[in-house]
Write a protein that binds this ligand. Structure first.
Ligand SMILES: Cc1ncc(COP(=O)(O)O)c(C=O)c1O
Length: 387
């Protein structure tokens, strides 16, 4: 089938998997009331930080007895502070199945040099066998592998009772997928993903069991930026809006705008539905395509946020790894040059392919308008590369 050049473009051609597209209707005007040039420790600053915490807790339906805090260094900061504070207290199982989950596994092994560590691996496109996880140990679980488009299939995938703590990197799942708070103990995310916020600030949610474990003390010295406890126990103020170091009040204002938008469109059920609709827009196109397929073969583990696609055209599969990378660069470059879609190449460590962000801030109509551009660009690219 031949694909002529499309004539309509997505209104918002932003498909990056982070920082993700702003919410529909966003403009810099939403930042007008930001508390700039004032201390974040003043009553007004602290109130805004607390508001981010309260609104996030409500939206995500986090249990009342959990603590939620804003921490430095985005999702990476939130995950690392936990790995360094708890790693070695107990045996750990870590699931490694794409770039970020592999980073956590490597840090536990090579940096923290933990002895009692089991790394459960799976290649890009698959999830490690969850029946092999020993839930009596601490478990590091990335809920959605942003670079492979594979997610944990259901809230029941984690057993209701488990002796160890479940440490969940949910940065590309939160606000788009169900998170079983009663089965998790530590959950992290950032503002720059599903709500289209700004980078550099992390969110850390702790169950009462997680707090008790943190209060046992870290098996090693920690830098200030990672310290959640002092001699008296948990530093409760962090979970009331006192940050460890200085946050950007511009980003705080932006986060509040995203959270208010999320509430207005109908809260978590509406956010999940928007993301599901985005995946549902891509699915029939993939199924009808002769050149593209989902990287995640099992529909049950298919992500609705980071929609990762592999290229299955025989001429592409015959190319070297290096040539495949060039094909993807060419294809995505053509689409970007036309202003029809940006940041569509797969992650640098993932198999050469495409990735379309489908979180709640993306409009399904924009994805629908993008897809014919991909067909067109692939046809142009084939002319350059197929031998
Ligand atoms: C699963 C996962 N973990 C961690 C990160 C790192 O997030 P950040 O750059 O916000 O620290 C990302 C970023 O895309 C991610 O997708």
């Amino acid at each position: 089938m031949s694909h002529s050049k499309p004539t309509s473009r997505p209104a918002r051609p932003f498909f990056s998997s982070g920082p993700c597209v702003k919410r529909p209707g966003w403009s810099p005007d939403v930042l007008k009331e930001a508390l700039l040039g004032r201390s974040h420790r003043a009553a007004e600053g602290r109130a805004r930080l607390k508001e981010v915490i309260t609104r996030s807790k409500n939206l995500l339906e986090i249990p009342e007895d959990w603590r939620l805090g804003i921490v430095p260094a985005s999702d990476t900061g939130a995950v690392e502070m936990i790995l360094w504070a708890l790693g070695g207290q107990r045996g750990i199982d870590v699931l490694s199945f794409e770039s970020f989950s592999e980073t956590w596994a490597k840090d536990l092994k090579n940096e923290l040099k933990l002895e009692d560590l089991r790394i459960l691996e799976a290649p890009y496109g698959q999830l490690p066998d969850l029946s092999h996880v020993d839930w009596s140990r601490d478990v590091v679980l990335t809920w959605n592998g942003t670079t492979s488009g594979v997610c944990v299939p259901s809230p029941e995938s984690v057993p209701a009772t488990h002796e160890g703590l479940v440490i969940c990197d949910a940065t590309s799942a939160a606000f788009a997928m169900d998170l079983p708070w009663d089965r998790l103990d530590i959950v992290t995310w950032s503002w720059q993903k599903a709500l289209g916020g700004e980078a550099a600030h992390g969110m850390l949610a702790l169950s009462p069991r997680a707090v008790a474990r943190l209060e046992q003390g870290a098996p090693r010295a920690l830098p200030k930026i990672f310290r959640l406890t002092n001699k008296k126990g948990l530093i409760e103020a962090i979970f009331e809006g006192d940050t460890i170091n200085t946050p950007s009040m511009l980003c705080v204002e932006d986060a509040l705008d995203s959270l208010k938008w999320a509430e207005q469109v109908g809260g978590l059920p509406a956010l999940k539905a928007r993301s599901q609709k985005n995946l549902a827009t891509v699915t029939p196109w993939v199924e009808a395509s002769d050149w593209v397929a989902f990287l995640s073969a099992d529909p049950a583990t298919r992500s609705c946020t980071s929609i990762c696609l592999k290229i299955i055209a025989p001429w592409f599969e015959a190319l070297s790894e290096e040539q495949r990378g060039k094909v993807v660069k060419h294809l995505t470059g053509l689409v970007a040059k036309e202003g029809a879609g940006y940041d569509l190449a797969s992650y640098r460590d993932a198999p050469a392919g495409l990735r379309i962000w489908g979180g709640a801030t993306v409009e399904a109509e924009d994805i629908a308008l993008l897809l014919p551009w991909l067909d067109w660009a692939m046809e142009q690219t084939k002319k350059e590369f197929a031998v």
